[in-house]
Design a protein around this ligand. Sequence first.
Ligand code: ATP
Ligand code: MG
Length: 393
Amino acid sequence: MKKVILVRVGEIILKGLNRPVFEEKLVNNIKKSIGSLGKIAVIRSQARIYVEPVEDEYDYNYNEAIDRLTRVFGIVSVSPVLKIESDFNVIKEQSAKMVKNLIEKKCYSSFKVEAKRGNKKFPMQSPEISRELGSHIWENNQQLKVDVNNPDFIFYVEVRESTYIYSEIIPANGGMPIGTNGKAMLLLSGGIDSPVAGWMIAKRGVEIEAVHFYSYPYTSERAKDKVIELAKILASYCGQIKLHIVPFTDIQLEINDKCPEDELTIIMRRVMMEIAEKIAESVGAMALITGESVGQVASQTIQSLAVTNIVVDMPVFRPLIGMDKNEVIDRARKIGTFETSILPYEDCCTVFVAKHPKTKPRLEKILKSEELLNIEKLVEKAIADTEIIRITV
Ligand code: ATP
Ligand code: MG
């Protein structure tokens, strides 16, 4: 008898001939995510993956392992499962016990049994297993009633070489395994939006690195710590993140000095994109990611986005583009970044900001203002002085 974890995969199943590649990545990501908790064996079987502890002490970390697996992209749901001998007496005894434990914790009053027989050598067929096991569970837990149409919980039995029994299905995030869709560079501020944007693209299997523009001493050391903390939360989904911290003060001072006040934000954003693209190229990332949403602020009107976008050749992913702030906040709460994002440390965008930034910038005019800047050297220096922090869980 052993506690194992049943992992269900989603979209990977649709991958046809490429499926083994996707599955292999997922299995590797599972091992990376929970390998440090104890020795495990990861066993693939049809559209499922079973994670089995090899050592007994693993019991101790069982809940932590389940929690971590719900964060691995490519997994649709997980179930804590008991693996037992395929012997009907053992199945009856363990099932009744499991249900007893369950109803001590939850106020369920009805159930049904769903049995699947994958092992044709087992002497009973699925409907018979469901029926017999249902009545045995009921005999031992008579406060429950059987309800085949609308039960409070379903008790699952899968008879294979061994038998697996469980009742709980914990939803995970789905998506694709990280590393199956190349790499992208996330522009990570300390705000609410950009961590969510990074999470959404990572969910599609894209490996993420992040770049943060830092304006010390106009922004504090704590503002940097906040971004590191956000990157850590993202890393709990992605496995690891390389965070590039770019010193941005000299560039901002130069822009502040030479350009019209109402163009500061847009010019600053153009320089950010340019630097992000250069760093992305140097690490083999093929796209940029931002947390922009159309119309949210002056720098995110359709005109501003066009003027910003034109600086770079890479595709820019803006997964929040059509989302309302409330929808982004909901998502930030779900993924666990919200509480950190709302800590009140200033961001470089909020320090050097115009009272009335342009909402309809014209490219020719912006290009003219940029001619006044002596920025090439400053950009080079900022990139050379970039600090790289490797963040793992
Ligand atoms: P967020 O909540 O992510 O800070 P925002 O609504 O405050 O976004 P802006 O400040 O206009 O919007 O920034 C738009 C996008 O530009 C951000 O989502 C982020 O991707 C990027 N960005 C802004 N400031 C920085 C920064 N200091 N470092 C890295 N990227 C940044
Ligand atoms: Mg911001």
